[in-house]
Write a protein that binds this ligand. Sequence first.
Ligand code: UDP
Length: 237
Amino acid sequence: MLPKYKRILLKLSGESLMGESNYGIDPKVIQQYAQDIKSVTDLGVQVAVVIGGGNIYRGMNEAETGIERAQGDYMGMLATVINGMAMQSGLEKIGLYTRLQSAIKMEQIAEPYIRRRAIRHLEKGRVVIFGAGTGNPYFTTDTAASLRAIEIQADVILKGTRVDGIYTADPEKDSSAVKYETISFSEVYQKSLNVMDMTAFTLCQENKLPIIVFDMNRPGNLLHVIMGRNVGTLVQA
Ligand code: UDP
């Protein structure tokens, strides 16, 4: 069986990197994600990664932090670079080649984001990690993931979450919630289901980029998704 997708953009939330703790980066989570990514690059799948920063800093809580929104957002973007560096190390430890590209210039630790260069790295089999979100405050890493996925012409955006797909209601609150196997963009809108923030979601819809929401914390799931097995929920036009 051949992989269903050739080039993917994997969005990992910063929060998931915390694992069992309530702050920072759990090395076990990094190891698991790295192994899962290797399982698909071994098949020749090209992998780009966008990581959030919520485990370290989120810029949106001006009222709580006393730090103005834009300033906090830049802090959040820096947090994603820290996570990206951790992920880079985890991947290199198991023999993968990687490049970290940052939307905010920091040349000592990351290449600047250059679209054509990112594509070249992918073609050479390197895992490309996009850090610093979009480089702009008032955006999210989901939006960065959608934007980069479209730019590099990924076949699909894979959103790794704690739940294994999109449900009719929040499965952590409502036990009668049922999971969708596939759902259309317009149905997600109509039912006000929470997949990504609107900016990110609209970018995917307008550019007909399918999204798969799945549980990245279950080892092996990424491979299942790549092979087109029935894991998570597929959002498509
Ligand atoms: N952020 C931003 N612009 C971007 C991406 C991220 O300003 O393009 C900031 C924003 O403050 C956000 C923080 O970085 O709260 C961390 O990203 P996010 O909350 O999306 O991470 P996740 O929820 O995936 O951990």
